[in-house]
Ligand binder design. Structure first.
Ligand code: ZN
Length: 270
């Protein structure tokens, strides 16, 4: 597929290296700009990273105070790998139940998307695996890294819901064939699902508004996905600078939930 980035280049640049104070003064104004973009757009893609889930209390794997700096017998990146899953299955599930299967509720960002999809063609592309978009009622969702909500027996392929993992101690096995039950989560060393990637890229390449939120876009494969966007307006909502800022039409350095709630209500909640 051809990489479309012309729209980003030709767009008016309003992301400057300006002081934080000036930025804060401009946040409300920027939210109104985003609201206007929501109104004028027809096909919107929301591309979300870990920052969307942290607002629901789920720690960011890679942030300074996230999982990767906590102490375990093995680094979390190793525990969450394909090889470790099969070689240290009990350790994997101990960590998985303790640190990944957290009870969390959708936040203002997820619910703002539910509002937007009532008025516009909205596709959510997420790097998160917590299923919170669906829990908030978001309909078109591509989960690049899979989801904790679905699990399959590695032997017979039988499906198991999240409750099956939660309600059992130790290593969950298939009640039909005794095979190992594996979460449909993309582990390190595993490839992304072709159908999910294809759906996400198609939505991105057809969109006329791209909102990238809660991600620094420094982690593969996020940056590559953004390259398929060729629409008019692109917006970054992230508390810290991202690799995409220079190419975006609008950067809003604030919390995703707060920004999306205000913008979506200004645009659609009359
Ligand atoms: Zn089975």
């Amino acid at each position: 597929m051809r990489v479309l980035s012309i729209g980003l280049e030709k767009s008016e640049k309003i992301c400057y290296n300006i002081s934080m104070k000036t930025q804060n003064d401009n946040i409300e104004e920027k939210i109104e700009k985003l609201a206007a973009m929501l109104v004028s757009s027809r096909r919107i893609v929301f591309f979300g990273g870990a920052g969307v889930s942290t607002e629901s209390g789920i720690p960011d794997f890679r942030s300074k105070d996230g999982l990767y700096n906590q102490k375990y017998d093995y680094p979390p990146e190793e525990i969450l790998s394909h090889g470790f899953f099969y070689s240290h299955t009990a350790d994997f599930f101990r960590f998985y139940r303790d640190k990944i299967l957290l009870s969390a509720e959708p936040n203002a960002a997820h619910y703002a998307l539910t509002l937007i999809q009532k008025y516009r063609d909205l596709t959510v592309v997420t790097q998160n695996i917590d299923g919170l978009h669906q829990k908030a009622g978001n309909k078109k969702v591509f989960e690049l890294h899979g989801t904790v909500e679905k699990n399959h027996c590695v032997k017979c392929g039988r499906f198991f819901p999240l409750d099956y993992i939660k309600s059992r101690a130790g290593v969950p096995v298939c009640d039909e064939c005794g095979g190992l039950v594996k979460p449909d989560v993309v582990l390190y060393g595993e490839g992304l699902d072709d159908e999910t990637v294809g759906g996400a890229l198609t939505a991105i390449s057809r969109a006329d508004l791209l909102i990238v939120a809660g991600t620094s876009l420094s982690v593969y494969p996020a940056a590559g996905f953004i390259g398929y966007y060729g629409g008019e307006n692109s917006v970054i909502i992230n508390v810290s600078p991202t690799a995409f800022d220079r190419r975006a039409t609008l950067c809003i350095p604030a919390k995703v939930g707060e920004v999306l709630k205000k913008a979506s209500e200004s645009a659609f909640a009359k």
